[in-house]
Every structure is written in structure tokens, then in C-alpha cells.
Design a binder for this molecule. Sequence first.
Ligand SMILES: [Fe+2]
Length: 151
Amino acid sequence: MNIVYRKQIPYPQPVVLSAYFDLEHIAHVHPSTFGRTRVLKTHGRTVVWELESPAYLGVRFRNVIAQEYMPPYEIRARVTKGLLRGTEVFVRVEPSDGGTCIEETYMLPLPDLPLLGRLVRAWFAKKTDQIWEEDLEVGLPRGGWPGVPES
Ligand SMILES: [Fe+2]
């Protein structure tokens, strides 16, 4: 099942791109929407990190994500371990109208059933909007850690 999310962000492209590689800010800005992160290793243009989800009915889920920067505008992430294993995310972060246009495509290992699709898409849109609102409320971080690899 594929889900596409697009949004215009009122920040320059390098700032938006670096937010995707600022894994430290997630725990401070998105603890209840995104969860907690831990960088496991970086090699070349890839950062491997662990995401611990917020608690759902008291349970937290851990996933390991390999996230690769493909200059100049793309990021590809694959979930290699955990409940969401097999999920792939492809992100385009492009300059547009003095800000940045982002397009995130989530490829989920779920069957393409219409009702399931509607539920998952609605949940995703709400969560993703919420996460961007949290970012824009505090202002996008600059720099960040570990940062965009090889830049
Ligand atoms: Fe963020």
C-alpha cells in the first residue's frame, strides 16, 4: 500500500533537508507523535537509527531504519527491523516558491484493501500534519545531529 503526503514548508530547502537528519530533536519536539530516536551508526550517506514509538496502550515498538541521502533532493529510508520491517519511505525535498516542497511516499507492507487504505491514509495524514505543526511551532532546527551525511 502506498501513501503520498505533500506539503509546502516555509523554510529554505537546506534547512528542511537537515531537519530529516536531525535525529536528536525528535525526542524533544515529537515525544508523543514520533517517539524517541537513537543513532546506531553512520556510514557514507547512510544513517542507521532506532525509533522507539510513543506508548500505545503501554507498549512501545522499536524499529531500525536505514536512511540514505541521495543528493541533491532525495532521501530513501528502509525499515530493516521491527514491526514496520519492509516499509520504505521515499522523500523529495525540493526548493519551491521561496520555501520547500516536500513529497513523502510511504510504501507499507500492507494489502491494498479500500477500507484499510482509507483508515491508514487518514491516520497518516493526521499524524504527519501534527508532526509538521510541532516543527513549525518551535521553528525548524538548524544544523542538528548527526546532520546531512557528506555535506
Ligand atoms: Fe521534526
